[in-house]
Every structure is written in structure tokens, then in C-alpha cells.
Design a protein around this ligand. Sequence first.
Ligand code: GLY
Ligand code: MN
Ligand code: MN
Length: 445
Amino acid sequence: MLPESLPRPAAITPDAYATRRTALMARLPADAAVIMPGASLVTRSKDSEFAFRQNSDFHYLTGIVEPDALLLLLPGRDAGEAVVFCQDRDPLWEAWTGRRLGAAGMVAEHGVDEAFENAERESQLAALLEGREQLYVAFDDPEAMALAEQTYAAATGGRRGLPPVSGFHDVSPLIHAMRQRKTPDELALMRHAGEISARAHSRIMRACRPGLFEYQLQAELEHEFVWQGGSGPAYSTIVGGGANACVLHYVENSAPLNDGDLVLIDAGAEFDLYAGDITRTFPVSGRFTAPQRELYDVVLKALENAVAAIGPGATLNGIHQNVVRDMTAGLIELGLLSGSVDERVADSSYRRFYLHATSHWLGLDVHDVGNYRRADGTPLPLEPGMVLTVEPGLYIPDAEDIPEAYRATGIRIEDDVAVTADGHEVLTAGVPKQAADIEALMANQ
Ligand code: GLY
Ligand code: MN
Ligand code: MN
């Protein structure tokens, strides 16, 4: 039987993209120009390419899905502030690689003010950049920097000489601060990415049994992502059975799944470029052993306490400190650490078992953009619209000083959480995480 199809949420409208461009330009001086290239196709091998993935900042400001586009934002320009260069219309290329919107299509479908095809870049750029002394470019994007420098040199070279370096500014912090606070239309897409991801995880809980290979669970997950209209995984899917769960970014997914082991799955769908990011850990056979359950419940309790505390004013740093304390208390209770919670937190010995941060921002990128601290170095307080993950994990080494029943066990549980005006919304609640609920789902299939 084919899986059920979920309704698709509304796409972000051209007007919404225009509102973002206007908000960005409102923060720029009158003589500014933003120069932002979109992504290009990347060769996979010989003449085949990786699937196209638009640059997230470019997407955020335009919604344009074609490669090799360039956005100029020119505040105050009478003939139009948002100008796009795009692939040339070319019937022969379009017969091979698909329809290109061309300049007229970019204006009609994406609501930019003016568009040119790339063949006109050289002849148009000089005039467009006339009088623009402050160039805003993504400093962490070498291609964007090179293009901006060449563009500016070409535009100004013969007439005014090269600009002083002080004329270049990093546009990224301005855009990333906007991206950090999601609007309701973005949250609808993220809710959908979370829901698809949760359905995929539920699906593999039902499918799992000893003797399957890790890649077969990956195939089940990714089928659901694409079936529901996602582009695929938002990052490389991790399916780690047994000791493989202790490798944080295990992506080989090649081993058989063994009776008696846990399997850790970290996978999320990308939908309209927004990421879901879920981890669940469950027994291959459908039943936790008692020691597995003891460890599992330490992680689960830390996650539940952390999520309960999320709301405006909380900080990622505070969430992490509480998770560290909860997990350290659990490790002491199980005899994996000794002494007091304060002592073991102070000497960082918990890090033998929990070595990563609890949260990261989530959005168009799985490890999304945005500051974690304010300019004065203090942790940034959460605000409505921010979306974060909560992902405590315990990774118990295969070491002689560890009770055998706990050795080589990796457990992580991860949910995606949006901050709301009065608390939070868990975007990935659709897949169980209580041990008893997981066992019930796996038993009923
Ligand atoms: N899958 C990457 C992460 O959870 O951060
Ligand atoms: Mn994550
Ligand atoms: Mn993850």
C-alpha cells in the first residue's frame, strides 16, 4: 500500500521575499549595493552534477531556484532596487536541462524590479553600480567576494580606479539576524519539514528488525521525505547500529542491524529548503534491555526538562548547562561517574560520555545561521520565531572500566523546537520518544 500523502503548506510568496529585501535595504546606507551571487551547479563526476541546491541567503531574498543568478540590491534606485541577472534563455540548452525563466520570467514570477540575462552582465553592471561606494558582500563566500571585486573593478576601473577596501562590508550578519527569527510562513514550512521527518522516523520504527542493513532503514526514511514533496535529506542521514551509534557523524550506514543492539537514527527532511533534524534511538528487536532502558531514560529526562524550559528569555547556554547537570546526575546514579554533580560538572568528566553541545539553530541550513551570543559576549536570549534543536546524547565507550552491559552504547534523542510568545512548540512531536511508546509502535507495526 502506498503511504498517505500530506497536504503541502503554502509556498512563500514573491511579496514576502520583496518584504525581506526591503527590510534589509532599510539597514543600508543610501550609497550601498548588495552583490549576492546564487549557487552554481557543482560537478559530481565527469559531466554529471550534484542536484542543484540554492544558496540559502540568496534563496531567502529571492526564492529563485535557477543556478548562476546574481542579485543586486540598490537602495533608492528610481528604476528599481532589486535587480537580478539570470541564465540566458537558450532553446538548445533548455531542451537538455529544462526551462529557464529568462529576464522577463524573473520579473513576472519572482517580483524583482528588473532583470537581465547573464550575457548582459558586463555591459549593464557598470551603470547599475554607478555611485555605489559601499559594497555589501558575504565575506565567508569566496566566490561572492571574487565576483564583487571583479564586478566593482570592471564597473569602476576605467573611470575611478579601484575602491578602497573599506568600501566592502559583510552583508551576512544583517541577513543572518533576519533568518534567525522565522516568520509565520517560514514556520509553516518548518512545521511541515518536522512532520515529514517525524513520519519517516515512525515508519522505520515499524519496519526495523534484526538482519536488515543500516542502509535499508535509510532508504525507508528517505522514501518518505521525497514522497511527501521534500527534496530529500537535509543532511547526510545517520543510521548507526550498536557501537556505530557512538560515532557522532557516522554516515557509512553499511552494517547489519543485530538483535539486542540499539540503532541511532539522525535524519531530517528538507522541504522548500527548510530542514528537519530528528534523532531517535530504539532497539533493533523492538524491546529495550534493562541497561539500555536505564541509559535511555537519562537522556530522555534531560531532553524533556530542557524542552520544558524553552521560552522567550531562556538561553541555549542555560539549556545546555541544565542538560549537563541532568545527565551527570544520571551517570552518577548508574555508577558511571562518582562523587557529586557539582564536582563532575566542574572537572568536566561528564565529557567522556557527552561531548557535544545540546542545541543549534535550525532553518534553511541544518546548523542554521545566527549569533549565539550578544555583542558583549553574554548568551543571546531566545525570542519568539527562533527555532532550535535539543539533542542530548550519551556515548558510552567500549572500555574495561565500564560495566559490560553499558559498553559501546550510543543514545541521542533530538527534537526541533520553535520559540513562541508564551513558550514553545515542538515541531517533531509526531514520532514517539518514550521507551514504552516506541516499543508499542514497533510491536504493532
Ligand atoms: N544531524 C546533525 C545534527 O543533529 O546536528
Ligand atoms: Mn541537530
Ligand atoms: Mn540531527
